[in-house]
Each structure stands twice: as structure tokens, then as C-alpha cells.
Ligand binder design. Structure first.
Ligand SMILES: NC(=O)c1ccc[n+]([C@@H]2O[C@H](COP(=O)([O-])OP(=O)(O)OC[C@H]3O[C@@H](n4cnc5c(N)ncnc54)[C@H](OP(=O)(O)O)[C@@H]3O)[C@@H](O)[C@H]2O)c1
Length: 274
């Protein structure tokens, strides 16, 4: 082999080694809200996850800029508060970290700002109100059923600690189902004689929503459809906040490997065109 060929082979091998190192390099992940109910579960999971290097967590009142500078995360997972999450995400993006935002209640213009910042920095990101894979599928399956039934009701069950009702997922489900009805809205049967106020639940898009708050629940939801002679129930149950781990990991891997921005988990689950 000539000198040039040897040099070329060595260069190719070096390039291969560099690529391999790059491919196997773990993703540096940080968690904002790491002492919270969801954040603590995620932080623990990341410490044992292949391909992930957990670089630490940020709590309320701590120095975000110093944290980002010291820990240099590639992915910044946020399960904090709506008043904090946009600011956190924008700072993370400016430091080159892809935001994975699970915090709910962020105003629409806040999500727009996060997307714009990701695009101008050329990095991926996601804001998803529900990272539980089963919940996302439950909503999509219910959308498929919606055109075929006359009426639908949603029952959502959460822990007694949840302050708001109904849940954002229940409200979003009702709106998505109503949108699938086009000019034939669901029939919503009100009680002719209501013996106790509120027993028929709230109503959104002609879909009744019933909220249950009890210790023991994490975040469950049933969508029940009715037609004469038959009902269809699509139910999603959670037993712990581990329910969020697979969806968050999927999102971390996706947004750190391509500069795309996602609203919700649907597209990442291949549900975009279903
Ligand atoms: N997308 C989903 O799938 C999903 C699922 C469940 C929950 N959520 C949402 O995720 C959020 C957190 O839920 P949770 O139940 O885990 O609440 P939580 O237990 O109250 O935890 C929130 C944590 O955020 C911390 N925090 C507050 N401000 C912060 C800041 N500026 N920087 C860093 N950390 C900060 C708090 O720490 P201090 O107490 O020390 O301030 C607290 O530990 C909520 O918006 C909830 O609705 C989303």
C-alpha cells in the first residue's frame, strides 16, 4: 500500500473512531423541578438510563445561569410551574440546551416564544402537556371513535391534591372529540330534574366532564361513548408517576438528535397522520 493510501486509511479510521465516540456519547440531561413530584421520579430514572448522563437538578430560587454554565446540559427537562417554565426554557435554549417542557398551564404565546428561540438557535425542543404515552394514545383512539357515536362523556380521576378541575387533559379531550363531529355535534342529555347541582358534570363541546378527586389516584381518565344498544369505553390508568418516564426519554432522544420542535407527543409516537 502506498503512503497516500495508508494515510487515507488511517484518516478514515480516525474519522470512524470520532464518529463512534460522538454516537455513543451520553446525552447530558438536567431536570428543573428535581425535588417535585414528577421531577424527582425523572431525576432518579435518568441516573440509571443508558445513553443519558444526568448532570443535576435545579430547584426553585436557585441560580439558573450558574447552573447552566456549570452543568452544560444538552437537554433541559422542566417540570416546575407555569410562571417559571418559559423563563427557564429560554435561558436553557440560549445556553444551547434543548427544552423538554412538561409544565402545564403555559400560555400559548409562551410556547410560541420557546419555539421561536429553538428555531433561531437551530436546536430541537418540545412542549407537551402530557408525556404519558397511554394518555396520548387514549385521546387519539377516542378521536377515531368520536364520529361513530351519538354521545360521549369523560370521567377523569386525580389525586386529592390536584387543585383545579377539570384536568387539562379532560378539557383537551372534549375539545378534540367535539372537533371530530363537524356539523353534527354530540347530543348532550341534561338532567330534566337535577336533584343535586352538578351531578351531570361540566360540559365542553357537548361532552360532559366529571372530575373525581381522591387519594390513591395519580391521573386516570375514561372516555365513554354511547349509541343505542352499545357503549365503548377507552380508559387510561396510571399507577405511579413513572408513567411519564418513557415519553420524556423518547422526547429527549428526538429533540437532541434533530432541530425539530414538537407540540405534544403525538408526532413522536407516529400518530401525526392517524
Ligand atoms: N406534561 C406532563 O405529562 C405532566 C405530568 C404531570 C405533571 N405535569 C406538570 O408538571 C408541573 C410540575 O408538577 P409536579 O406535580 O411535579 O409539581 P411539584 O411537586 O409542585 O414540583 C414542582 C417543582 O418545581 C420547583 N420549582 C419551582 N420554581 C422553579 C424554578 N424556577 N426552577 C426550578 N425549579 C422550580 C419546585 O421547587 P420549590 O418547591 O423548591 O420551589 C418544585 O419542587 C406542573 O405544571 C404539572 O401540571 C405535567
Amino acid at each position: 500500500m502506498g503512503a497516500i493510501a495508508v494515510a487515507a486509511t488511517a484518516a478514515a479510521a480516525a474519522g470512524r473512531d470520532a464518529n463512534q465516540t460522538e454516537m455513543t456519547e451520553p446525552i447530558r440531561v438536567a431536570v428543573a423541578g428535581h425535588r417535585g413530584k414528577v421531577g424527582s421520579v425523572l431525576a432518579a430514572a435518568f441516573q440509571n438510563e443508558a445513553g443519558i448522563e444526568y448532570v443535576g437538578g435545579l430547584g426553585g430560587g436557585e441560580d439558573l445561569a450558574a447552573f447552566l454554565h456549570e452543568r452544560r446540559p444538552r437537554a433541559f427537562v422542566d417540570f416546575t410551574r407555569p410562571s417559571e417554565a418559559v423563563h427557564n426554557a429560554l435561558a436553557a435554549i440560549a445556553a444551547g440546551a434543548s427544552p423538554i417542557v412538561g409544565t402545564t398551564g403555559i400560555p400559548a404565546d409562551g410556547v410560541d416564544r420557546i419555539e421561536t428561540a429553538c428555531r433561531s438557535k437551530g436546536i430541537g425542543g418540545i412542549v407537551a402537556p402530557n408525556f404519558a404515552v397511554g394518555a396520548v394514545l387514549m385521546m387519539r383512539l377516542a378521536e377515531i371513535a368520536a364520529p361513530h357515536f351519538e354521545a360521549a362523556e369523560v370521567i377523569e380521576m386525580h389525586s386529592a391534591a390536584k387543585l383545579d378541575a377539570p384536568s387539562g387533559t379532560a378539557l383537551a379531550t372534549a375539545r378534540r372529540l367535539a372537533a371530530k363531529r363537524g356539523d353534527k355535534p354530540f347530543s348532550h342529555q341534561k338532567a330534566e330534574k337535577e336533584m343535586l347541582a352538578g351531578t351531570r358534570g361540566g360540559e365542553e363541546g357537548k361532552v360532559a366532564i366529571h372530575s373525581i378527586r381522591l387519594p390513591g389516584f395519580v391521573a386516570d381518565q375514561e372516555v365513554i361513548f354511547g349509541l343505542p344498544g352499545q357503549t365503548l369505553t377507552i380508559a387510561h390508568r396510571t399507577t405511579s408517576r413513572e408513567a411519564y418516564i418513557p415519553g420524556v426519554l423518547l422526547a429527549i432522544r428526538a429533540v437532541t438528535s434533530s432541530p425539530r420542535f414538537y407540540r405534544g407527543l403525538d408526532e413522536l409516537l407516529g400518530l401525526g397522520g392517524v
